[in-house]
Unconditional design. Sequence first.
Length: 402
Amino acid sequence: MTDKKNQKTPKEVTKLSEWQRRNQEYQKKKQLEEQEEKEKKAQEEKERQELLNQKTPSEDSEADGQDGESEEVEEDENVAEEEVQETLPEETEEDAEEEKIIYLAEPSEAMFEEEELAKKAKKEGQIARRHIYRAIPVWVISTLVALFSAYLLTPLAKQKIIEFSGNKNADQALLFEKSQIQDRDYTLTTFLNRDHYIANMKAASPWVKDISMNYTFPTTFKVQVEEYQVFGYYVTEEDHYPILENGEVVETAVATDQLPKAYLAVRFSDRELVRQFVKQLEKIPSSVRDQVEAVDLTPSKVTKDLVTLTMKDGTKVLVPVSQIKRKLPYYNQIRKLIEDDSVIDMEAGIYSYNTETMATLAQEKKEKEQGEGNKTEEANANSSDSDESAVVTEQHEEVPAE
């Protein structure tokens, strides 16, 4: 019996906790005790049977005595068994309490495994969610591409509404035609190429100063036009052509009944000189600029860009176009010192004279020009006579030769 109790259990492959090891030892110990108890009972029963078989009538008395002894022995054995049974539950309860304490103090291997499995499952769940998150952009992009492709196949993709605003003089139909926007163009391509269309519309009309195109969902394009202001009018014998603030002359004539009450009349057609005049006149104060009523080109031998400005009060100002910005701002100061209908000459310096002097000078200039013209005609006549005589001489000389 002692050999079995002292026998060691085989070494476990996996490492067990303290309470598991104690539990296994207790179970093995209990099994050994039960096995020993069974063997002991079997041995006692066997001995009892042998004693019963060996009895004889002559030994009844002895048997009676032996029966009494066997009963005593059995009673002693029963008492021993009861003591063992009383001690075993106490040990079991102590072991259970010890087991509970150990379990609370040290987690079991099964709990570790369950926790690892739970962590693994949680980790696998997180990985699955991460893959879902990664797939969401792909799903969204694919859906958008599919919707966009379906949109391009519908007639709605080519619908366009062009709305113009701010254009009073620029022809709306001309702007739309020159923009080169086609009905077959998609709304998206129209939006992407709007800079190209804006450049085409700017070049379509001289009235356009600036232009912008804004898109309004779903199919509306709003074109905002800013036009140049009218600076004056180029006046011919019959027509009036607008001169814009950038110096450009519009080729379309304006009807007489559409002209404003007061305007600046420009009576020379040199386009480059008109541009320079507009740029120079824009740089002087408005108090002087607003008094100019008309301008005529009156070049002299020295100054080719000399112009005569007719002011609203009748005063005339002679000034080169290239010096308007520098000299014309002094007009208000000089005008206070001169009489009405005077002339302010700013060609070489700045001085003034009255209308009579101006008329005398104009007459002298005219006579001088006429005298120079007569001399020129006489010189031309003399030169022509000499040429004719030379021709006659040549002809006279050539006739005898024939």
